[in-house]
Design a protein around this ligand. Sequence first.
Ligand code: NAD
Ligand code: XAI
Ligand code: MG
Ligand code: MG
Length: 347
Amino acid sequence: MKLKFGTVEEDVVTREEFPLEKAREVLKDEVIAVLGYGVQGPGQALNLKDNGFNVIVGQRKNSKTWDKAVADGWVPGETLFELEEACEKGTILQFLLSDAGQIALWPTVKKHLSPGKALYFSHGFGVTYNDQTGIVPPEDVDVILVAPKGSGTSLRRMFVEGRGLNSSFAIYQDATGKARERVIALGIGVGSGYLFETDFYREVTSDLTGERGTLMGAIQGIFAAQYEVLRENGHSPSEAFNETVEELTQSLMPLVAENGMDWMYANCSTTAQRGALDWWKPFRDASKPVFEQLYKSVKDGKEAAKSIESNSKADYREKLEEELSELRDSEMWKAGATVRKLRPENN
Ligand SMILES: NC(=O)c1ccc[n+]([C@@H]2O[C@H](COP(=O)([O-])OP(=O)(O)OC[C@H]3O[C@@H](n4cnc5c(N)ncnc54)[C@H](O)[C@@H]3O)[C@@H](O)[C@H]2O)c1
Ligand SMILES: CC(C)(O)[C@@H](O)C(=O)O
Ligand SMILES: [Mg+2]
Ligand SMILES: [Mg+2]
């Protein structure tokens, strides 16, 4: 359906115009092989299974995630296989290994992409940066994308709650003439609330910008800056944490999600209103050059190169652990752990 987003009209696909029954009909003869069982793998595979599709999972044996797949109800030899066996059995290969892991498995996946199969991604990364990844799909397969706009954890959680996370979808290559109905059916099948169309390049550039920017990188930076200023001026950890993070996630963001920031500005004290109206533009002006730098780094392929380089190292998990512990052991997130325990619903 066509909808106005501000003054711009866009086409979105909802469950109303493409119901689950239609998705099941489109994919009734397909074997959907979900390759990788990290964060997106479980969310998408379990939602597809619960929605009545024919799904198998491919995962390395003797790994923690193989055990997790078994614990989630996938049966070795029936619905759970080694990666190569799943590639062979699947007619739609959902490539849900980490973006760096996809490079290593690509020769195996390519070998099993016989004509008419579909290669499905949840990120435009591998194909867009194929000068770095080597992922160049054969011409006689469909190449499609459904990218849930959120964590695989939320995709599953919201599905179980009867809600739906939004996803973008894209078609890179339509070899069978059925790529569009296949990709929309898969988007509905994995539990998307609605789908909006993009292309692989736009998906990866917006996604890399978002997660490095307001979704995670920028927000953590802003949290840290405000928390430090409050602490340096004699405020206690609990006061600094509450005024920086807890109030945002517990009180204001749910209201912003429901009604928008415009409503939030109209429904706080006149004192807060005056200050927030005065200060949002200086914050925008201070951070916009950093966002411009970030977007350029994404566009130039530098972010992809850094990510491939660091995530392909044999000891990447140990190195990552060190960097993550800096966050985990920071006073701000230690204070956060205590504050979370104090929430009455957690007692
Ligand atoms: N994490 C998310 O919530 C999220 C959201 C939207 C899109 N995506 C995209 O979905 C895809 C999957 O992401 P993810 O976060 O679920 O992946 P992940 O980082 O959790 O890894 C998934 C699986 O890949 C396996 N793996 C890694 N390297 C491997 C190798 N060399 N050989 C075999 N297996 C290997 C791991 O064992 C793991 O089970 C990526 O393209 C990502 O950008 C992820
Ligand atoms: C969940 C995110 C941050 O949206 C995703 O893009 C990811 O890469 O994990
Ligand atoms: Mg991402
Ligand atoms: Mg994302």
